[in-house]
Ligand binder design. Structure first.
Ligand code: NDP
Ligand code: GDR
Length: 341
């Protein structure tokens, strides 16, 4: 029988890769998308299927995690076997500007979805997109047993959602799990997250379209992996015999400066000539070093990150350079695999 999955946040980086993965595994996939005044579907356009075609397995529904009754109605109609909650305001810096909205979509949003599953009396498996931002200042390497001490409204909202997921699992017997994912990146990463901001700027500087890249804290330490590998880990968590939380990470750490230097080097540029600091990008508080210990996922799910460091930098810089080339000159014949995935 065809399995059915619902993805909130399908228009985001992870949602788009997860939709691809589940379609390839034969699932019927339903994605929630927000209404916006311009198209917000660039990352999933290549997956589009005509809803009039009887063989279509991908469907989109307008919905927002702030709208509980809509969630209940959709869940009743779709009756998914698996629900992946990837939606919400996901930018840590922005969460200091919009703490209430971040709490509403990231924290309460998850509770609304869990309550909607209960109200609709569904027997489904639930995945919560938890984050290494919940660890905050606790020294690494961080595992599932590490205490949480978030340093941002975003981290605090994720921790609320994380705790709620545990409560629904233990209190109501739901198969509800949290994946505590460390930073994962790709050419589809939002343009204001640091890796993509850097790869995009490097491509523009190399093409002569910009001179400078303005950055915040270069000393932050992160564990950056490759997003397509991480959505495979999410799926494996929902296929396990027992519901358990898992860390997904590479276990390797780099500073933001390391990433910047490698990206400029890859493009044959001297980073010191082009990088300037702008205190607008500094945050009031932030985790110093996030480094994950994913040994439980390796042991129990057979999951292990492969791509990190220089390889990740090169994937992202090359994709942005190619994007610039083809978008800047629309008359050029684009390669068959355009746009870069
Ligand atoms: P993105 O920011 O790329 O995607 C977020 C998605 O949520 C988008 O589809 C966005 O829609 C949607 N969304 C935002 N607000 C709402 C709302 N109120 N109602 C419904 N949908 C909404 O994030 P990622 O794909 O990178 O991450 C996926 C999830 O995993 C997020 O929850 C993030 O916080 C979490 N996470 C991410 C990590 C990472 O390194 N990428 C690490 C750990 C956790 P729209 O396209 O319209 O903006
Ligand atoms: P993070 O990722 O906060 O870890 O959250 P981000 O890429 O935003 O920042 C990483 C580090 O880079 C520093 N930094 C800058 N960051 C941004 N965005 N812009 C800048 O100009 C800049 N300059 C320096 C930051 O201070 C920080 O130290 C991401 C998100 O995807 C969350 O949703 C997710 O939960 C966590 O990763 C794990």
């Amino acid at each position: 029988m065809t399995r059915c999955a619902l993805i909130t946040g399908i228009t985001g980086q992870d949602g788009s890769y997860l939709a691809e993965l589940l379609l390839a595994k034969g699932y019927q996939v339903h994605g929630l998308r927000r209404r916006s005044s311009t198209f917000n579907s660039a990352r999933i356009e290549h997956l589009y299927q005509d809803p009039r075609d009887p063989d279509t397995r991908l469907f989109f529904h307008y919905a927002d995690l702030t709208d509980e009754s809509r969630l209940i109605r959709l869940l009743r109609r779709i009756q998914p076997d698996e629900v992946y909650n990837l939606a919400g305001q996901s930018h840590v810096g922005v969460s200091f500007d919009e703490p209430e909205y971040t709490g509403d979509t990231v924290g309460l949003g998850a509770v609304r979805l869990l309550e909607a599953i209960r109200t609709a009396e569904l027997d489904c498996r639930y995945y919560q997109a938890s984050s290494s931002a919940m660890y905050g200042t606790v020294p690494g390497p961080q595992s599932e047993e590490t205490a949480f001490r978030p340093t941002s409204p975003y981290g605090a909202a994720k921790l609320y959602a994380h705790n709620a997921t545990t409560i629904y699992r233990e209190g109501y017997g739901m198969f509800a799990v949290s994946g505590i994912l460390f930073n994962h990146e790709s050419p589809r990463r939002g343009e204001t997250f640091v890796t993509r901001k850097v790869s995009r700027a490097v491509a523009r500087i190399q093409a002569g379209l910009a001179d400078y890249l303005y950055m915040g804290n270069l000393d932050g330490v992160r564990d950056w992996g490759y997003a397509p590998e991480y959505v495979e880990g999410m799926w494996r968590m929902l296929q396990a015999d027992e519901p358990r939380d898992y860390v997904l990470a590479t276990g390797r750490s780099y500073t933001v400066r390391d990433f910047v230097v490698a990206a400029f080097e890859h493009a044959g540029l001297d980073w010191e000539k082009h990088v300037r600091t702008d205190e607008r990008y500094l945050r009031p508080t932030e985790p110093e070093a996030l480094i994950g210990d994913a040994s439980r996922a390796e042991r129990e799910l057979g999951w292990q990150a492969q791509v990190h460091g220089k390889q990740l930098v090169e994937i992202m810089v090359d994709a942005d350079a190619a994007a610039l080339k083809y978008e800047g000159a629309p008359w050029v014949d684009r390669p068959r695999d355009w746009p870069p995935r």
